[in-house]
Ligand binder design. Sequence first.
Ligand code: G1P
Length: 293
Amino acid sequence: MTHNQKVRKAVVPVAGLGTRFLPVTKTIPKEMLPIVDKPSIQYIVEEAVCSGIEQIIFVNSSGKEAIEDHFDTNLQLDAILQKKKDPRLIEEMKKLSQMVQITTVRQKEPLGLGHAIYCAKNLIGNEPFAVLLGDDLVDAKVPCIQQLMQAHQAQNANVVALMEVPKDQTYLYGIADASAQKENPRAYDVRHFFEKPKIEDAPSNLAIIGRYVLSPKIFEILETTRPGKNGEIQLTDALNTLTSHEKVIGLQYEGLRFDAGDKIGFLEANLYFALKRPEFKDRLSKILRRLEL
Ligand code: G1P
């Protein structure tokens, strides 16, 4: 890995069909489902931008155009807001469309997360890059991907975000076999990852959360990575090959994570982010207390 090269680009895979959220995802990309009043993908893009990312590469598929449109200008809407003389909304829409450079590439077949990342190869080129998965929302003082970027800089390593999960949930995640570094107990030297192991096969309860900082070496590896779990080309398998070429560490990041790809996690995220907003806090708390009765 080239020493201390700055991470400027982020890959955000958004090609998934979102079957877990049917029927709403029949026509609406799951990434566009709102957490309060912003689509969940906007939280992901804002996290990347706040961390210093300059270019976002969406790996999408047909029917997902609304995601790009969300970060583009909408001249018709702008004209209506101008007529209405609503400076707050005019400013908010301007900020949204100017937030960051967006590029998209198509994943033409749903061949797995590893394959989705591989689709961004030519747009990344020969530099380290971030990966953010849209299902994982993390609220943190220092944005989660920035924490990984700092660890990447400090240790000149590939970095994967880790979180402790209950043992009976290991089958939902990539699980790390890793040891905490003596000088930095939140960082782990990784021996191996296991993709979605059964409880009895899980080497720990340290789960991969959808944030990675990777070297371009991963593309070379993905090119020859065979389909793994569920017949898909798994990023986790490529990471295992990567550990024999370059340093790969796990970072137990600081922050609160929501699984927006799960219905309950999605509802929880909505309540959490709404309760953080002063204009909703009191009224929503009252409603929640009332509903509990
Ligand atoms: C992917 C990865 C898995 C990781 C998870 C985090 O799985 O394959 O290793 O733990 O993201 O969200 P997915 O949830 O896309 O099936």
